[in-house]
Design a protein around this ligand. Structure first.
Ligand SMILES: Cc1cc2nc3c(=O)[nH]c(=O)nc-3n(C[C@H](O)[C@H](O)[C@H](O)COP(=O)(O)OP(=O)(O)OC[C@H]3O[C@@H](n4cnc5c(N)ncnc54)[C@H](O)[C@@H]3O)c2cc1C
Length: 507
């Protein structure tokens, strides 16, 4: 290939978590083989590769937290651990023949829309390529966030984030600070409490925590699911149905969640006998406003004598002394940040350059929005999996991913039907109308009215992450692409180098 020439593919998928691998399976099923999956890491798995902290597991039952087209009768536990979910994704990669498409160690550093040739010019750490369509599945929870704490740079000990666990660092007997009380932190705390010397938990806001009914799935159950696959489907259906029924309370009648708060209070009272500690651990917002966490060993761990709960959050680091907002200090050897991810300011948005030369981050500076969670205006033939307002507070994200994959498949089908060099660009008024409907529905939800601040809300206080409805409503909304919501762009020029060469030869 000449220097200015590069590989061209029909579809470039970015990311190899559930979203990217699911997209790859779907493309193959649609008969499309001219695609690549670009992954910055050295293996597939996304969330389940990166989060290897002790105790890491899903908090949606495994039979629902898996692909509908790749049931696993052998899930070992109701809430399987990280290693089993990661192994499942490796298995999916093999069984569906995805390996030849996957480019590991290929970080996308820039994708720019080429309006003349109607394709995406993509720069990666492993070389450049172009694609007719980009499916961005870089994940909402893939870039860890560490808060800007004064003095942190001068901390003499070890510092790491829950999603980048330092397995070479031995926590045994150490004075450890856990910063944050989110879904990861409440799994880490009971896992490390028995081995550390002292654990200081820096809590800004206490979570609501319900008991986690986790158990090993028996050999008989697994045998049944293997022999009679409909039993596994039935199990999945029940798990899904229960969660669908809960949605109304989250979206329309948050007051109904009051009785769930009672269950959470009881869960705490069983383990925490000290009334002062109980007061510090009791949230002052409606349950569900932040993600409801599941754990039966978090509170018992907090009640152990080697654990201190410091409220107000971490405000400063002075050498090896950590200072909380309420002035409490603690001498620390290692700091573990369980402080979440860049969700509403996802780094990939800075690397995507649309039709008018602006980055997606610039277009989204006042808040993320995308038609049906997938298409942003001015970014033709680019779609995102788990885009704006597609997150869930109570069910499996795989359901939302699969709906988006149906939308993706129809999008590509529509391009085929239109024929020639063609692209679809979401109309600004269609994006606005979709987003208006979503935000109107959001007004009554517990996420907006429950009296908390959470990572669901962006810097302007707008909820740009959660889907304010049932998963079946989202499935209906993404069943097919409505061409009336898109401008159809056409170009005479061809995108790929091979076709350009052909044109030159025949001329
Ligand atoms: C600890 C933890 C527990 C969770 N538990 C649950 C649960 O129980 N239930 C649930 O529904 N959801 C859960 N989630 C949410 C979870 O993230 C989603 O369910 C799902 O795994 C997201 O899949 P994804 O493919 O969209 O993103 P990811 O799994 O994050 O994959 C994104 C991939 O994109 C790659 N990537 C990013 N940027 C680039 C780039 N520039 N170039 C190339 N590659 C790039 C990343 O390396 C990564 O491999 C959990 C999340 C975390 C962090």
């Amino acid at each position: 290939m000449a220097e200015d020439e590069h590989e061209h593919v029909r579809v470039a998928v970015v990311g190899s978590g559930f979203g990217g691998l699911g997209a790859a399976v779907r493309l193959r099923r649609e008969g499309i083989t001219d695609f690549v999956v670009l992954e910055r890491a050295d293996s597939v798995g996304g969330t389940w590769r990166d989060n290897s902290y002790p105790g890491c597991a899903c908090d949606v039952p495994s039979h629902l937290y898996s692909f509908s087209f790749a049931p696993n009768p052998d899930w070992p536990r109701t809430f399987s651990g990280q290693q089993h979910i990661r192994a499942y994704l490796e298995h999916v990669t093999d069984v569906f023949g995805l390996r030849p498409h996957i480019r590991l160690n290929s970080e996308v550093t820039r994708m720019a829309w080429n309006g003349e040739r109607l394709c995406w010019d993509i720069e990666t750490s492993a070389g450049n390529l172009s694609a007719d369509v980009v499916v961005s599945a870089t994940g909402p929870l893939s870039d860890p966030k560490i808060p800007d704490i004064p003095g942190l740079d001068s901390f003499p000990g070890t510092v790491f984030h829950s999603a980048r666990w330092d397995h070479d660092y031995d926590l045994t007997g150490k004075r450890v600070a856990m910063v944050g009380t989110g879904a990861s932190a409440i799994q880490i705390v009971p896992s490390i409490q028995p081995v550390v010397g002292k654990l200081t938990l820096f809590q800004r806001t206490p979570p609501w925590v319900l008991p986690r009914v986790d158990r090993a799935i028996s050999g008989a159950e697994r045998w049944l699911h293997r022999q009679l696959p409909f039993t596994a489907q039935l199990r999945r259906g029940l798990l899904w149905g229960i969660r669908e029924l809960q949605v109304q309370a989250f979206t329309k009648r948050p007051n109904e969640l009051g009785f769930v708060e009672q269950l959470a209070r009881r869960n705490m009272a069983r383990a925490i006998k000290d009334p002062a500690l109980r007061a510090r651990l009791t949230p002052d917002y409606r349950i569900g406003c932040k993600r409801i966490l599941l754990s039966s060993d978090y509170y018992p761990a907090l009640a152990r004598p080697n654990v201190d709960v410091v409220t107000g959050g971490l405000s400063e680091v002075r050498g090896s002394t950590l200072v909380a907002a309420d002035g409490t200090t603690a001498e620390i050897d290692a700091i573990i940040f369980g402080t979440g991810f860049h969700v509403t300011d996802m780094p990939i948005a800075e690397r995507v350059v649309g039709a008018d030369g602006k980055t997606l981050a610039e277009v989204w500076k006042d808040g993320m929005e995308a038609l049906r969670g997938a298409s942003a205006a001015g970014f033709p033939n680019w779609m995102t999996i788990i885009g704006p307002n597609t997150g869930l507070g109570n069910s499996s994200m795989i359901l939302m991913i699969e709906s988006q994959l149906t939308y993706m498949a129809d999008y590509i089908r529509q391009l085929d039907v239109l024929g020639g060099r063609v692209a679809l660009d979401a109309r600004p008024n269609a994006v606005r109308a979709w987003n208006h409907r979503v935000q109107e529905r959001m007004k009554r939800t517990v996420w907006n009215t429950g009296g908390c601040t959470s990572w669901y809300l962006d810097a302007n206080g707008r909820n740009t992450t959660i889907w304010p409805g049932t998963t079946s409503e989202f499935r209906r909304a993404t069943r097919r692409v409505d061409l009336a919501e898109y401008d159809v762009l056409r170009a005479p020029a061809r995108c790929d180098a091979a076709e350009r060469q052909d044109a030159e030869v025949s001329a």
